[in-house]
Design a protein around this ligand. Structure first.
Ligand code: SF4
Ligand code: SF4
Length: 289
């Protein structure tokens, strides 16, 4: 396989590619602009990542050097993404400075962004300019009443909104962002966190809505609850595997459903399902990453 063919393979967007091609997240984005009830900000963004102790935040220059070093030791690396530990588009300076360095210095890599979608439409020009060709939007509902059970608050253009009003604005901005990004020919995957008793009967509707807007895949992930989050205090539980499979099947009748997501950390490196963040760099070179 030529490098050109390799470089078009994204292990998350292409099921056949995930056992061969590697991805890397760089953790440059600490802040978030919404408050999900399953999240505790002391941990990585749970919408895209596993809740570990929060990833060490890198500057754009540190992130770029880390990718350079990784390319040298991991030739199967095809994709570099920014997925947290907060929301990348709540940290636009750090996020786009990093993408600018990568687009300029390592043009063979594909670039990928994961976001809650609140600011997605606002940054569509930057996403296109830095040739980010994969965008993941975490969208748990298209119904503000359901959204009020998922989100505590959002912080949008200098103002805080709560509960159902917050959910209505977030959903409207997510849908506008997905439409805008897909219309520019950028591949959009939608992640949904499956929350038993909240959105399990509703995710097929989300599949339909996002497919109509141009999303090409829906990734339905079982709820992970951060320690100290509102959901933990409420005693909520993750779905059992049967419910996850059933909901994935319902959506699979509508849109391609990703089933190999490993809910990686915001600083994961390697093939999906493995995190080589330590062993790749523990080779005697003591430069701090
Ligand atoms: Fe936490 Fe991610 Fe939700 Fe922000 S978008 S509150 S970091 S789970
Ligand atoms: Fe891919 Fe899922 Fe990991 Fe993101 S969290 S890099 S979509 S496997």
């Amino acid at each position: 396989m030529s490098f050109l063919q390799q470089s078009t393979r994204h292990p998350c967007y292409d099921e056949l590619a995930h056992e061969y091609f590697a991805r890397m997240h760089v953790a440059v984005a600490p802040k978030c602009n919404i408050s999900c009830k399953y999240c505790n900000i002391k941990y990585d963004c749970v919408s895209e990542s596993r809740p570990g102790v929060v990833s060490r935040v890198l500057t754009p220059e540190e992130a770029y050097r880390k990718v350079q070093r990784t390319v040298a030791v991991l030739p199967r690396l095809t994709v570099v993404g920014i997925a947290g530990p907060g929301d990348p588009l709540a940290n636009p300076q750090e996020t786009f400075d990093t993408f600018a360095l990568l687009a300029e210095g390592l043009p063979d890599l594909q670039l990928c962004l994961s976001t809650n979608g609140l600011m997605l439409a606002d940054y569509a020009d930057e996403i296109e300019r830095y040739r980010i060709n994969h965008v993941t939007v975490t969208m748990n509902t298209i119904d503000p009443a359901i959204g009020s059970q998922v989100y505590q608050a959002i912080f949008y253009k200098g103002k805080a909104y709560r509960e159902q009003e917050a959910a209505a604005i977030l959903i409207e901005r997510q849908l506008a962002g997905i439409r805008e990004i897909a219309a520019r020919g950028i591949r959009v995957k939608v992640n949904s966190v499956l929350i038993p008793g909240v959105n399990d009967g509703h995710l097929a509707e989300v599949s339909r809505a996002v497919q109509d807007l141009g999303a090409f895949s829906h990734n339905i992930m079982p709820l992970i609850i951060s320690p100290g989050s509102r959901y933990e205090r409420e005693g909520r539980q993750a779905p059992d595997p049967e419910l996850t499979v059933k909901v994935q099947e319902e959506s699979a009748a509508i849109i391609p459903v990703m089933r190999h997501c490993r809910q990686c950390r915001a600083d994961a490196v390697g093939l999906l399902g493995e995190d080589r963040g330590q062993d790749l760099y523990d080779t005697g070179n003591s430069e701090t990453l």
